[in-house]
Design a protein around this ligand. Structure first.
Ligand code: PLP
Length: 426
């Protein structure tokens, strides 16, 4: 099954011909994007399902959006900051583009202790997704990138938008000029680096969205070594680091030497329920240099100052509260709640004899349906159980035969969804 929307078609005769046309040519890179971004496509199907089944109680375990309230120690800090803005003493205008230094230091000290990451290497942002785009702007169109397959769609889509890729090949479902590093159950969700060609940039997400697997210390050591030998830069996405339950590293900078070869993007979204509040950060180490020896941090600073004027000061006050002793404990309790949800999902699918991955170090459960199309599995589950999941194919060809189920929901929804799955697949 292919996505139903066809937003990118510029063929004469399509329904968009109506009305006034300007003389502005469409960006050819936008033309090259695959039709429909995954999550809007799922929303369309969800909407159609609701139209057909108005009385069904839909359970949304698709889009990985948080559901639990933000602890009040954090919302109080934001409210107090907002209130102070209406006073002469408390008013603040533009802040530093790179973020409030107190927050940058708190991130370094709380989340990067022992790694050598310093506050001035942390750039506070409005979220990891925005930072992926800003990094792509920094890198430009002349670099070759590698991504895990399956992977979070933003790496490939931004790569196409800035012109790093060739055409989408219908037969393989892959873009030419992008290296897809297969990360499936057969290789423990870690690429075979002995057969991976050199690229300038390696996007690597751990704990991984969608597979839920976290790379081990040894695996990341191999990755850093591979980047060093090839003169590549790793763009490491640790948006789900707070979900790690075992000894897997929470940051690429736990690996010795990583500061010379890696950038890390991360987020308060899944760590503190800030998906709507918006706060993230990017670490660009001083040691990271281009082929001409120029420090990457100076260029990233330039991009941030030019294309972003700093995160909201109200939101940064919330970020700081998340990293206070009590705030940190409070957000970890919410993370634990989702981890318990993930355990319920894993047990439900495993009890049906299905192979289930993830769920231990990530809020996502990755379920294998051998020989089946992931869009068909998605549709069947939606039609028969009114549960929204995500078809693995939406994360790349390597996601075929899988669905991703999100643990971001209320506990009663987990129990109910598990019951419905057991009825359907037993
Ligand atoms: N990176 C990964 C792997 C994600 O799954 C997501 C969101 O789902 C993001 C980045 C985006 O995070 P943010 O909300 O900070 O933009």
């Amino acid at each position: 099954l292919q996505p139903k929307t066809n937003w990118t078609s510029s063929k004469p005769g399509n329904e968009r011909r109506a009305g006034h046309w300007t003389h502005v040519p469409r960006n050819v890179n936008m033309e090259g994007l695959r039709s429909g971004y995954l999550f809007p496509e799922i929303s369309i199907r969800e909407h159609e399902h609701i139209q057909k089944n108005p009385n069904a109680r839909l359970i949304r375990l698709g889009i990985g959006d948080t559901t639990q309230p933000i602890p009040d120690i954090i919302t109080t800090a934001m409210a107090e900051h907002a209130d102070a803005l209406s006073t002469t003493r408390g008013y603040r205008g533009y802040g530093a583009e790179q973020g409030n230094m107190e927050l940058r230091m708190a991130i370094a000290e709380t989340l990067y202790r022992g790694t050598g990451v310093k506050g001035n290497e942390i750039f506070v942002s409005d979220g990891a997704q925005c930072d992926i785009s800003r990094l792509q702007m920094l890198l430009g169109s002349n670099v070759k990138v590698a991504v895990q397959d399956p992977s979070f769609p933003a790496y490939i889509d931004t790569s196409v938008i800035v012109g790093q890729s060739g055409k989408l090949e219908d037969k393989t479902g892959k873009y030419s000029d992008i290296v897809y590093m297969n990360c499936g159950a057969e290789n423990n969700f870690f690429p075979d680096l002995s057969t991976t060609p050199r690229t300038d940039i390696i996007f690597f997400c751990s704990p991984n969205n969608p597979t839920g697997s976290a790379a081990s210390w040894q695996q990341l050591e191999q990755l850093v070594d591979f980047a060093k030998r090839n003169g590549s830069i790793i763009v490491y996405d640790s948006a789900y680091a707070a979900y790690i339950s075992d000894e897997s590293p929470r940051s690429i900078f736990e690996i010795p030497g990583a500061k010379e070869v890696a950038i890390e993007i991360s987020s308060f979204s899944k760590f503190a329920g800030f998906t709507g509040v918006r706060l993230g950060w990017t670490v660009v180490p001083e040691e990271l240099k281009y082929s001409n020896g120029f420090p990457v941090i100076e260029d990233f600073n330039r991009i941030v100052c030019t294309c972003f004027n700093g995160a909201s000061n109200i939101v940064q006050a919330g970020g700081l509260a998340c990293l206070s002793r009590d705030g940190y404990q409070a957000v970890c309790n919410v993370v634990d709640y989702y981890k318990e949800n993930a355990k319920i999902l894993v047990e439900a699918f495993a009890s049906l004899g299905l192979k289930v991955y993830g769920g231990k170090n990530a809020p996502y459960v990755w379920v294998h349906f051998p020989g089946m199309s992931s869009w068909n599995v998605f549709n069947e589950i939606l039609e028969k159980t009114h549960v929204v999941t995500v078809p693995g194919r939406g994360f790349g060809p390597g996601g075929e035969e899988y669905i991703r189920v999100s643990a971001f929901s209320h506990r009663e929804n987990m129990m109910e969804a598990s019951l419905r799955m057991k009825k359907l697949f037993r």
